[in-house]
Design a protein around this ligand. Structure first.
Ligand code: EPZ
Length: 442
């Protein structure tokens, strides 16, 4: 009997080697929805966001926005936001510490109020996650920013209390820093230029959202973004792009189980590097009707993989792709260049028989014929997805623990996989010391 620690509330039980088939659906993008919610603070009128995924992180962001005075109404995948009455209240640290993306509120609050206090987000499982590039960008725009007792105090200097446009070069194309600066710049006085900007699809989505409220932004998606500040923004009704990482994760579910599956809706160009890498490993990936992907399985061959800022291969797909490479014939080299501690899924994959050796930020993966099911513990969001994928391919039963990581970033992943025919179910574990009881949840 596996001894689950008492805080375990549910686990995923996966019977491997079940072929998948058919089509499943893709939810709205977590990493777009979170920043668009913060962007709603820029406007003092009603804003409506559509296609929001049902995720713990979205719920936490809702709580953080409410804590600073935003009125919110959630109705299925629709979220109505009104930031007319935002105040000086500070987002509570216990919420910020659970959701780093809460730091996205600092730019909009500063742009609207001229001053704000936001707890410094801590690090997380994958790295220290500093915010120095965010802070330096706001300072360049005329804010006095200091960190005291774990709280970032930001105040616009001068009597006008309005940020000033500036020319900012990012030492690293940080997604979050690009988003913070771009949002703050929409209401600044004058023009802001962001050089070496991040080019992720979520940046374009945020720019399109802000432009739908009247912001003047050019160049989003390139490494140079130009924002001309305006006095105020107006209401909007905006739909979030599909989640490219969820789509990439489900493509690998098809490849790793040798199954033909299809996914919709997707934006194919958001997945160009993932599709190219999958084709290198063997499967065919066919684009149908401009918003559907079909994967045709094939024998899996090793390849090398290096994570890079967009349009390079996304770090958020590294763990999932490594799971695929553990059963791809030959030797693969996986290099993680974006985060300093994002190879923690290796130990758990090794428990399933994977042949992986890690040296620094490089993992050498030797493909084996099959993985063996085992109880495994998720360590972070994308690692948990990698373990689910490995379980789908493994011989026997895999029990994935630590589902609080998975539920942060995947909208009912097991339901989407079951729709494809996977033998996977969420089991509630009640541990009253003497004996453990299991009751199927889904
Ligand atoms: C966003 O995080 C995503 N999160 C991450 O997704 C994603 O992995 C990452 O972008 C890269 O694509 C959200 O959008 C909510 P970064 P972010 O700033 O903005 C360093 C997931 O699994 N850096 O581009 O924090 C940083 O330490 C999550 O969905 C600084 O040094 O990523 C890292 O090494 C995980 N100083 C690198 O840049 C800063 O001020 C990339 O970070 C900011 C970042």
């Amino acid at each position: 009997m596996t001894n689950y620690s008492e805080e375990q509330t549910s686990i995923l039980e996966i019977q491997g080697k079940t072929p998948l088939r058919g089509e499943t659906y893709i939810s709205g993008a977590k990493n777009s929805a979170l920043v668009l919610m913060a962007g709603g603070i820029l406007c003092s009128e009603d804003c409506r966001l559509r296609n929001l995924p049902l995720l713990v992180d979205i719920e936490r962001m809702t709580q953080i926005l409410a804590a600073v005075g935003v009125k919110l109404q959630r109705n299925g995948d629709i979220l109505d936001i009104n930031a007319k009455d935002i105040g000086q209240d500070q987002a509570p640290y216990e919420l910020v510490s659970q959701l780093r993306a809460s730091f996205f509120v600092i730019g909009p609050l500063l742009a609207r109020l001229g001053m704000t206090r936001v707890p410094l987000p801590g690090g997380c499982a994958i790295g220290a996650r500093p915010v120095d590039l965010h802070v330096r960008g706001l300072q360049a725009m005329g804010a006095d920013v200091r960190i005291e007792h774990g709280v970032v105090h930001a105040c616009v200097k001068g009597s006008r209390k309005r940020l000033q446009g500036a020319k900012i070069y990012l030492d690293y194309p940080s997604v979050g820093a690009t988003e913070t600066i771009m949002m703050a710049a929409t209401l600044a006085e004058g023009e802001t230029i962001i050089e070496n900007a991040a080019q992720e699809p979520e940046i374009i989505d945020l720019a399109n959202f802000c432009r739908s409220m009247g912001a003047r932004i050019k160049g989003a998606g390139s490494n140079k973004i130009v924002v001309s500040g305006v006095e105020r923004l107006h209401s909007t009704d905006y739909s979030v792009i599909p989640d490219r990482i969820e789509a990439g994760t489900l493509l690998i579910a098809g490849a790793i189980t040798q199954s033909e599956i299809s996914l919709a809706p997707v934006v194919p160009e958001h997945l160009a590097s993932v599709i190219a890498k999958l084709r290198e490993v063997g499967p065919q990936v066919i684009i149908e009707d401009s918003n559907r992907l079909r994967l045709i399985p094939a024998p899996l061959r090793a390849t090398d993989l290096k994570t890079l800022p967009f349009p390079g291969f996304p770090t958020d797909m590294q763990a999932q792709f490594m799971a695929l490479l553990t059963v791809s014939e030959g030797s693969s080299m996986v290099t993680e260049t974006v985060f300093e501690n994002r190879l923690r899924h290796v130990a758990e994959l090794q428990r399933m028989g994977a042949d992986i050796r890690v040296k620094g930020n490089i993992a050498l993966v030797q493909g084996i014929p099959f993985l063996s099911g085992a109880p495994v513990m998720a360590t972070d969001l994308r690692a948990s997805a990698a373990l689910v994928l490995a379980g789908l391919a493994a011989q026997g039963t895999t029990i994935v623990q630590g589902l609080h990581h998975l539920d942060r970033g995947y909208d009912n992943l097991e339901a989407k996989l079951r729709k494809l025919g996977a033998n996977i179910r969420r089991v509630k574990v009640t541990d009253d010391q003497d004996n453990i009881e299991y009751s199927a949840v889904s």
